[in-house]
Design a protein around this ligand. Structure first.
Ligand code: BG6
Length: 485
């Protein structure tokens, strides 16, 4: 019998995670093109869990946004000015002692419109500087190739990922990045939360629902194109950087049944199986049979081109990365049941779990379950690339930020990671989300803070942007120094 790992492995990647569109700002600097994230509005007073409205896009909004230079209405345009402050921020991360930073590269910095044949040198030069700064601090770069942004030009001209042509443009981006950073970047992730295109077609796939007669078909076309693009990225990555590891990325949507009524149990089973559909394709290399029935029932047709099946089969990922914030509850009949929100979707309230200030259910044991489920299904290394607590933080009179609630959340999740390792799960690393406060993906708020580093900026963009360390900063530093124990 092989030995069970007792502790976190020595080479465990303790780290933090950010995404270009939520931190960089500098949305129109150095040749950057306009992206889908640059037109996401901050909707004041909108209910925190109302994802449908947060992610809605209409023609007027697109027209206004394309013509506007406002950063107030579109907070992701200003981010936290990481573009100009990356050096100091990375130095702080170095002090924190993180071993890895997961960040994404903005497509629009490299190919501003997406369909150019030559990359924008200024964009590449920026990521040269960022990667060098990380390496200088002994922080391993983990690069996400696509994290909730694509050029608006590809949306308007081609229909976003619904178009097969976009695969070729993305392939060009990937090759450019692999060639440029082959000596320095050995960990890559293809699409952030690839499953979310079915819930948020615009932010994940550049698909504007009302522009399509059959939106569902357009979404699954987009998803198929992302699967193909992901396999192509794996192929090039292996050829160009043979010693690199490249993974897929999933939103873990672990779902429990509301009751032990088999109807509820089946509803939860289906949700979990549907969540695995995305990893099944990228890890096992083929569309699973159960999804065929779903597609038949819905009249969805996956347009496989010659060579697609072989491409998917021959280019599976090395590891599975995923985000985990909360678990969900479902029922066969949810009529009248109290609901809560959660990461990228909502569900039924679980009476056994506390909720965050944004109504997300806090369930550390769920992380152990998710890790065990994924590992027993695939036996592939797992990498938690997002987990954290979005909360309001208060700066005390003496300037300190006592975020004990965040420490409690993180500690409870890290304990369950350790349990999962004892269960035999192979876990590569943990990059907690929003190591530094950033603009929220769903609502474009600033005051939903995840960071261990505070950024002085409010929802309206007021503030000095000064950085301060929170109590959780020194706590996590100790966790890393003690390798999780
Ligand atoms: C994940 C995204 O879904 O959740 C991140 O990959 C996002 O981009 C994170 O920021 C937290 O969500 P939110 O909406 O609280 O920012």
């Amino acid at each position: 019998m092989s030995e069970v790992m007792r502790n976190f492995p020595n080479e465990f990647l303790w780290g933090g995670a950010i995404a270009a569109n939520q931190v960089e700002g500098a949305w129109n600097i150095d040749g950057k093109g306009i992206s889908t994230a640059d037109i996401a509005t901050y909707k004041k007073n909108l209910s925190k869990g109302d994802y449908a409205k947060h992610n809605a896009v209409d023609e007027q909004q697109i027209k206004d946004a394309m013509a506007s230079v406002s950063t107030d209405e579109y907070p992701k345009r200003r981010g936290i000015d990481f573009y100009h402050r990356y050096k100091d921020d990375v130095a702080l991360m170095g002090q924190l002692g993180i071993k890895a930073l997961r960040f994404s590269i903005a497509w629009t910095r490299i190919y501003p419109h997406g369909d150019e044949t030559q990359p924008n040198e200024a964009g590449l030069a920026y990521y040269d500087r960022l990667i060098d700064a990380l390496i200088e601090q002994n922080i391993t770069p983990v690069v996400t190739l696509s994290h909730y942004e694509m050029p608006m030009h590809l949306v308007n001209k081609y229909g976003g990922w619904s178009s097969r042509q976009v695969v070729g443009f993305f392939e060009r981006l990937c090759v450019t990045l692999f060639e440029r950073y082959k000596e320095k970047v050995k960990y890559w992730i293809t699409f952030n939360e690839i499953d979310s295109i079915v819930r948020h077609p615009f932010s994940s796939g550049g698909i504007i629902p009302h522009r399509f007669e059959n939106v569902e078909q357009a979404v699954y076309d987009g998803l198929h194109h992302q699967f193909i693009a992901s396999a192509i990225a794996v192929k090039h990555c292996k050829e160009i950087i043979p010693d690199a590891q490249i993974g897929c990325m999933l939103t873990s949507l672990l779902t429990y049944p509301h009751t032990c009524n088999p109807d509820d149990v089946f509803a939860a089973h289906w949700n979990n199986q549907f969540n695995y559909f995305f990893t099944d394709v990228q890890v096992r290399g083929a569309y699973p049979k159960y999804i065929q029935r779903y597609f038949n029932d819905k009249g969805i047709e996956i347009k496989l081109e010659e060579g697609d099946e072989a491409l998917l089969y021959n280019n599976t990922v090395d590891f599975i990365s995923f985000s985990y914030y909360n678990s969900f509850v479902t029922s066969a009949d949810s009529e009248g049941l109290e609901t809560v929100s959660g990461n990228t979707m909502g569900g039924i309230k679980n009476p056994y779990l506390p909720v965050s200030e944004w109504g997300w259910q806090i369930d550390p044991l769920g992380l152990r379950i998710a890790l065990n489920n994924l590992y027993s299904r695939y036996q592939k290394p797992l990498f938690i690339v997002e987990n954290g607590l979005g909360a309001y933080d208060k700066v005390e009179d003496d300037g300190s930020i006592i975020d004990d609630y965040r420490i409690q959340y993180l500690r409870a999740h890290i304990e369950q990671m350790h349990e999962a390792i004892l269960d035999g799960v192979e876990l590569m690393g943990y990059t907690l989300w929003g190591i530094i406060d950033l603009i929220s993906y769903s609502s474009s708020e600033m005051e939903k803070r995840y960071g261990l580093i505070y950024v002085d900026q409010d929802n309206d963009g007021n503030g000095t942007l000064e950085r301060k360390v929170k109590k959780s900063f020194s706590w996590y530093k100790n966790v890393i120094e003690d390798n999780g124990l």
